[in-house]
Write a protein of this length. Structure first.
Length: 172
């Protein structure tokens, strides 16, 4: 009787992974909104009078890069999260299957996530430097501090993963 109860509990726990599927669907919706924002930026830029100054072009390019990095980050989280926590995505040997798909574990996902966040933060910081007149010294200091916090966090996470791998190799 106790064994049956344990078996049922384990089945329910295993099936509960599907509760994460709506989260990934929500991230897909977010990716669609990001695409709409990307297209809106393109339309806004090209209908703005066509007087392109160097700074405007650089800021426009950085905005598009920022949006594409964010989209890439969403795809990594959607694919890796779904495969790591819900179910394998069955695309077999599809020619367009990303090479990292199915190989990114939770540790790799963390590093890809923090790397993307650092890149996005760096782009925001670069955009800020092109518009220094629009920010106070305190705001600029805060943005730099936040960026350095992301960088430091990334280094610490990478170092922790390095230690874990070394420990695994040592115990083998």
């Amino acid at each position: 009787m106790l064994k049956n109860l344990e078996h049922i509990l384990e089945k329910v726990m295993f099936a509960s992974r599907w509760l994460m599927a709506p989260f990934y669907l929500g991230l897909i919706i977010c990716l669609i909104v990001l695409l709409i924002t990307f297209c809106s930026e393109l339309i806004h830029f090209f209908t703005g009078g066509m007087t392109f100054e160097e700074t405007e072009i650089i800021l426009f390019a950085l905005t598009l890069i920022d949006l594409s990095f964010t989209g890439n980050l969403l795809l990594i989280v959607i694919f890796s999260g779904y495969e790591n926590f819900v179910s394998k995505i069955d695309v077999a040997n599809h020619e367009d299957k990303p090479s990292w798909m199915g190989t990114v574990d939770f540790s790799g996902l963390k590093l890809k996530l923090i790397s993307s966040i650092v890149a996005i933060s760096g782009i925001h910081l670069l955009k800020l430097f092109f518009n220094l007149n629009n920010y106070t010294k305190e705001q600029i200091t805060l943005f730099i501090a936040v960026h350095l916090t992301f960088v430091f966090s990334g280094v610490i996470l990478a170092y922790m993963d390095y230690i874990v791998e070394k420990t695994k190799k040592f115990h083998k």
